[in-house]
Design a protein around this ligand. Sequence first.
Ligand code: E4P
Length: 218
Amino acid sequence: MKFFIDTANLDDIREAYELGVLDGVTTNPSLMAKEGITGADNIKAHYKAICNIVDDNVSAEVISTDFDGMIKEAHELVKIDDKIVVKIPMIKDGVKAIKHLTDEGIRTNCTLVFSAGQAILAAKAGASYVSPFIGRLDDVSTDGMELISQICNIYDNYGYETEVLAASIRHVMHLIQCAEIGADVVTCPLNVITGLLKHPLTDIGLEKFLADYNKGNS
Ligand code: E4P
């Protein structure tokens, strides 16, 4: 399973990368705004700064909602760095844009996916990644994890190469359940990645081992 970090915060991206387990980064316009990054040029420069930290897979989202605009933006985004994956919303022109960009050899991440039907369309169009949003479904009393399971089964049935990128992950159990189901990728905030480290028995055990070592060496 690939680990992506879901942030535009450079310190968090560096920290996850230095842990040695990071495979990519997802951003969206809201995450950029949260870091105070506004304006097309600043946003592009920020994508470049992210690409300079990680090895590959930096999702950069288009703002246009029409086919021509999305293609133009995608071409500009991939010029920033080879590591860019163009994030396209699951709308009618988005599906057309994914097909067009896939035919051109440009990697895409189909975002704002909330149903199995949408995920089938994304795969048919050739998206490199499909991003179902677990947390936002849970927020409206719908089982986000059930959608991950459904999409994984459907993609397995037909051997679709589109990777299931579980997004909108809010806590460690979301990540673990995605791993059990077999999602290809999870994207989550730094606290979820570091949350995997935590177990009180590890801390108690280490404290005891060190105390016993020190007894023998004092
Ligand atoms: C990532 O690609 C998505 O934009 C992100 O996971 C959405 O997460 P949120 O629902 O916590 O905003």
